[in-house]
Design a protein around this ligand. Structure first.
Ligand SMILES: *Cc1c(COP(=O)(O)O)cnc(C)c1O
Length: 410
């Protein structure tokens, strides 16, 4: 056995209780998902694609009911015509915010790709929406005092991001923290709409944002809830009225949720949701062991192995652009698809800085499959996430640990 192998075994023992917590959450989520499948009597007829307008598409309608139940909302949009997480979030913002309205991002800047949705040439600000960002709290989370102050001004919408994003200065936030933030907002301003960017947060805990009062929640199907099987799509969950508003904006006023052909087999989306609690569990275990191992080589990690987690992302501070590139390339070399490709920093649509992405994935850009991204900016941190099986995660972590050990940081 290699020494890295022994180290992994000893960390697995040390992390036993953390793993047990992850297993327990996964089991609860699996039961909730199964319950919804049984309630809506899912059968193979629901997997059949529809064409044209997609009227009376039982597969699409049942899928949306299941998503609404599992996440705790009244209604949902789950569609391939929501092309990505950014698109789903952008639809929520554009559907609700009108000239003169105010949008607040509650924990520093939102995820990179929302930058142009807000400040780009065709973005919200150029269409008359006022925009403000609150500072990141001193503990890397939500600064509740600033939130109270801004909620008193009764803004139209406050946006909370569950995951840390490509941001070393903040951390992910837990459902408990989301609940607290929402109650603080609603106490001052009942009518303010709270939007939660749920990307990378789904099934990390046993509750979801709509269960603790989020008015709108959005995410991507090629992240957690697609379970590695969904080939594209996004989701929006919320009250009936708000989901209708988003659907009217996405399609056309008056048509809303009623049209939208599935076009392709929905089995992958159903099965992906069914698998998601398990896949998220595998990803989280990889992140925990990765955090422990990378730290043992002298790298700073966030979160640490036994910290509370609100998302599946493991950040690793590399501190140097060339080493960071090597780190990300190693993830690509350990991937089942395109393992021979050498990723480099390059411009990407929606991102201001150059970005490097390892995504040797079955579905293009899927980041519930093991993947690693990094923007070209200080402190040159890698963001590692996903993994369909703990065994694959473990292999990737072993290779990354060998690389990091060769840097002789300790
Ligand atoms: C990935 C991500 C997005 C954007 O999703 P895409 O599907 O890549 O457009 C938004 N917010 C967060 C926190 C994300 O992780």
């Amino acid at each position: 056995m290699t020494t890295v192998d022994n180290t992994i075994k000893s960390f697995e023992q040390k992390a036993e209780q953390v793993f047990e917590r992850i297993n327990d959450v996964s089991y609860e989520n699996q039961k909730r998902v199964l319950e919804a499948f049984r309630k809506y009597r899912v059968s193979s007829q629901h997997f059949a694609p529809s064409t044209g307008y997609g009227y009376n598409d039982a597969g699409r309608e049942t899928l949306e009911s299941i998503y609404a139940d599992v996440f705790g909302g009244d209604d949902a949009l789950v569609r391939s015509s929501l092309v990505s997480g950014t698109h789903a979030l952008s639809q929520c913002l554009m559907a609700v915010l009108k000239p003169g309205d105010t949008l607040i991002s509650a924990i520093g800047p939102p995820y990179d790709t929302l930058g142009k949705v807000i400040n780009g040439a065709n973005g919200l600000v150029n269409n008359g929406v006022n925009y403000r960002e609150l500072p990141i709290g001193s503990d890397g989370g939500c600064d509740l005092e600033s939130l109270v102050r801004v909620a008193r001004m009764k803004p139209r919408m406050i946006m909370l991001q569950r995951s840390r994003g490509y941001n070393w200065d903040r951390r992910s936030i837990t459902i408990e923290e989301i609940e607290k933030a929402i109650s603080v907002v609603k106490k001052e301003s009942e009518e303010t709409i709270v939007l939660v960017d749920n990307c990378y947060g789904e099934f990390v805990e046993n509750m979801e944002p709509p269960m603790v009062g989020a008015d709108l929640t959005a995410g991507s199907l090629i992240k957690n809830p697609g379970g590695g099987l969904a080939v594209c799509g996004g989701y929006v969950i919320g009250s009936q009225a708000l989901v209708e508003k988003v659907a009217d904006h996405l399609v056309a006023p008056g048509l809303g949720k009623e049209i939208g052909p599935s076009l392709y087999d929905l089995r992958t989306v159903y099965q992906g949701l069914f698998m998601s609690p398990h896949v998220v569990c595998e990803s989280l275990k990889g992140a925990v062991i990765g955090a422990a191992l990378f730290e043992s080589t002298g790298l700073e990690v966030s979160p640490r192995w036994d910290d509370a987690r609100g998302d599946i992302v493991q950040a690793i501070k590399i501190g140097d652009a060339a080493k960071l590139e090597k780190f990300v390339q190693t993830v690509q070399f350990c991937s089942p698809v395109d393992s021979y490709v050498r990723p480099e920093f390059s411009p990407m649509p929606g991102y201001d800085e150059q970005v490097i992405m390892a995504a040797g994935t079955f579905v293009q850009g899927s980041s519930i499959e093991i993947s690693c991204d990094a923007p070209m900016r200080k402190p040159y941190a890698a963001y590692l996430q996903g993994g369909l099986s703990y065994q694959h995660n473990r292999f990737v972590i072993e290779e990354l640990t060998k690389l990091a050990a060769s840097w002789n940081l300790i």
